[in-house]
Design a protein around this ligand. Sequence first.
Ligand code: ASP
Ligand code: MG
Length: 410
Amino acid sequence: MALIVQKYGGTSVANPERIKALASRVARYKALGHQIVVVVSAMSGETNRLISLAKEIMATPDPRELDVMVSTGEQVTIGLTSMALMDLGIKAKSYTGSQVRIVTDSHFNKARILKIDGDRIRKDLNAGYVVVVAGFQGVDEQGNITTLGRGGSDTTGVALAAALQADECQIYTDVDGVYTTDPRIVPEARRLKSITFEEMLELASQGSKVLQIRSVEFAGKYKVKLRVLSSFEEEGDGTLITFEEDKNMEQPIISGIAFNRDEAKVTVLGVPDRPGIAYQILGPIADANIDVDIIIQNTGADGTTDFTFTVHKNELNKALEILRNIQAHIGAREISGDDKIAKVSIVGVGMRSHVGVASQMFRTLAEEGINIQMISTSEIKIAVVIDEKYMELAVRVLHKAFELEEAGIS
Ligand code: ASP
Ligand code: MG
């Protein structure tokens, strides 16, 4: 007997048929003698609908009130899911985040989980119930409803698995696992049988949308065994997200390729090359709560230096405005922005023990005539910023150059 947390995303609860299919799957696991906690998202599209509705009333919705109403999406699905289970003769009980007592901090719309009281759930499990919990939501110490940020049900699933010391956390979605890259761009992309937490974290932060980044961080920190599976298929092992030491020795150098079209580039030319200049440029950007990703500084021979960095596309104008306001003060010759860029990243723990990965990446792009505008690396990642219009081509040629079609099968 195992304790399994199963999280179902929006497409897996999109309509009554999907919810009934979910219930049948839970019934099969239950029949094997397992204890099951189900975490559900809102029906697909519902959270977007609720947010739009709020914006029709208030252009910038009050954060606390927004959480009160967007959290209702999940409250609908827990009730329906419990009913679908009962209809199959299974004892089931649903709880909202605050009923469980998933306690978070008070950052409305992007709260962090502080602690989970597992007592109530444990009692129900021991009494033979399937427990259904609303994803994406919690309650702060003062009793206010909070939500965990878009895609936050993944984090609810992982956090519950950690709190209950579950044997496995299964994330059911509309893809049957983690792929070497998006199959919509590279039809030859392969599902990975396993991937390490570090790789998954890099892929998620470089643009892969399979799992919410925070849920992967959480799973890594609390050593939760995490598996991504499709709720649209009866069979299949999905992708296991595991620890490096668990993986067998035969590892591909590169596990996956991620891409991201959401960033824009900011360039500050000809500032004096002296201590404090990076702070003068990036300090006000940070103060405005704008996330900066890649940063490059290049020193010229004339005692000036150029700065380039990337921000989210939505924040490009805000960043440019801030910099133009301080342009005279920092002595910059020119400030410009470009949102027609894309970031393509190759990720793999095998990079640690192999030389020449970067040069192979650069050669592959050069052979296609793709110009690299920025480069950023970590121990297990190489990311390049290129012209947006070459993004798909870049992903395809890199997928081929690193023989990911074969690597995925192993
Ligand atoms: N329903 C929420 C969202 O759409 C949470 C989730 O699906 O994970 O972001
Ligand atoms: Mg989701």
